[in-house]
Ligand binder design. Structure first.
Ligand SMILES: NC(=O)c1ccc[n+]([C@@H]2O[C@H](COP(=O)([O-])OP(=O)(O)OC[C@H]3O[C@@H](n4cnc5c(N)ncnc54)[C@H](OP(=O)(O)O)[C@@H]3O)[C@@H](O)[C@H]2O)c1
Length: 384
């Protein structure tokens, strides 16, 4: 029986993780979880999992209320509270947090030799080097939840020799049928209509800008150790092929199934111990009614930033992520236009003086400074 600590239990991945656990009650139990502001979800989760010993909420002003409501459970708050949850007897930490807040708990869980199932891709974008340093030193284990990386890991487990390219598939997001001119006036409510997945707001906007794919290229680099030149992107309308590998002899290995995040979540929770069935096919066209398009870097120029983060490393990932988090938030509040997200990110990446081999503290400092600068740029946009 695995004892799980679930960070971000109230979100899209968190809720689906609870669903997978509920369907496999003899294999998993919940001992700790966090929610952000959706505290109304706490009672239901505690009712489902009587083994819960500790919870964390975002707002410290609500701690006393929940502590008196649940006297047998330790109630924590804020970023430090997330670490307290990891200090319980949980042996597996599912990180379903969104954004920079997910980095510290990932590092902390690995330091404590826990198994981390990682949905929070921002942790690798910002702190991939720190994460890999801990893994290399033998601390903890890390399994990806992102569907593309789960698919690639599955394929690599069958054959990781003579690889020519790792290909990440991309649906193209809500605006895939629009050209850049048509992006000028799009609104958040349109951007939130993802064609194939139902996800949290931030990642849905990241899909519309394609910054999500840039993040996934960086994520693939840190997870699989491949250079930028070996990672490609293929647009695929239906999100049925979750990603694929092209081998040097031209053959391909791919992972195909209906889009459902509970599949990669389940795989990570079971540490990728599963039976893989291989079906032989000679070309992607053999799969009827699936559509593929070449990735157009002129349509999605922002994806190129992944190259700098991968090749120059340092604090570029922190700037990319923090500027994007602020800009996406402002776009969701209708404070800036859609294309201003790219503008803000590009400007701050261009101005940044990289710090190589940063510590967590240096990364946190750059994160805070970038947020300040990005907020200034948001203010300028609001005056336009
Ligand atoms: N959703 C998907 O299908 C999917 C697929 C692949 C990868 N991912 C990745 O998985 C991660 C989670 O995505 P999601 O779609 O599940 O996001 P989401 O629905 O927005 O959920 C995010 C979770 O993090 C919590 N949270 C946010 N800010 C916090 C803070 N400052 N302190 C503490 N908790 C905080 C939220 O709490 P409240 O909601 O209670 O405020 C919620 O529980 C992201 O990194 C995303 O890129 C998601």
């Amino acid at each position: 029986m695995r004892k799980i600590c679930l960070l971000g239990a109230s979100g899209s991945i968190g809720t689906q993780t609870l669903d997978v656990m509920r369907k496999n009650p003899t294999d998993f139990t919940l001992v700790a979880f966090s929610v952000g502001s959706k505290t109304r979800k706490i009672a239901h989760i505690i009712n489902m999992y009587p083994d819960v010993k500790a919870i964390c909420i975002k707002d410290k002003n609500k701690v006393n209320y929940y502590q008196s409501k649940y006297p047998n459970i330790s109630v924590y708050s804020g970023d430090e509270g997330l670490l307290k949850l990891i200090d319980t007897d949980a042996d597996m930490v599912v990180n379903a947090l969104v954004g920079f807040v997910g980095l510290k708990p990932t590092l902390y869980a690995l330091e404590k030799d826990k198994i981390v199932c990682l949905a929070n891709k921002e942790a690798l974008v910002v702190g991939g080097e720190l994460v890999n340093d801990l893994l290399k030193k033998g601390h903890g284990k890390l399994y990806p939840i992102d569907s593309e990386h789960s698919a690639i890991k599955k394929c690599l487990m069958v054959d990781d020799h003579n690889i020519s390219k790792i290909m990440l598939t991309a649906s193209g997001g809500a605006f895939r049928k629009l050209n850049r001119d048509q992006l000028k006036d799009v609104k958040a409510e349109d951007a939130l209509k993802h064609p194939t997945w139902k996800m949290g707001n931030k990642i849905t906007i990241d899909c519309a800008t394609m910054i999500n794919k840039a993040f996934e290229v960086i994520e693939a680099h840190y997870l699989f150790g491949c250079p930028y030149s070996q990672i490609g992107i293929k647009l695929h309308d239906e999100s049925m092929i979750h990603s694929y590998i092209v081998y040097k002899d031209g053959s391909m290995r791919l992972d195909i199934s209906k889009p459902d995040m509970r599949n990669p979540i389940k795989l990570a929770l079971y540490e990728f111990v599963t039976d893989f069935k291989t079906v032989k096919a000679n070309s992607l066209e053999q799969f009827k009614d699936l559509h593929f398009h070449d990735f157009d870097s002129k349509r999605y120029p922002i994806v190129k930033l992944a190259k700098y983060v991968i090749e120059d490393k340092g604090t570029y990932g922190a700037v990319f992520n923090a500027s994007n988090e602020v800009a996406v938030n402002a776009f969701l509040k209708d404070q800036i236009p859609f294309l201003a997200i790219e503008d803000i990110v590009n400007k701050l990446m261009k101005e940044h003086e990289n710090i190589i081999h940063p510590t967590y503290e240096q990364i946190a400092e750059i994160d805070a400074k970038t947020r300040q600068n990005a907020n200034e740029l948001v203010k300028k946009w609001r005056k336009k």
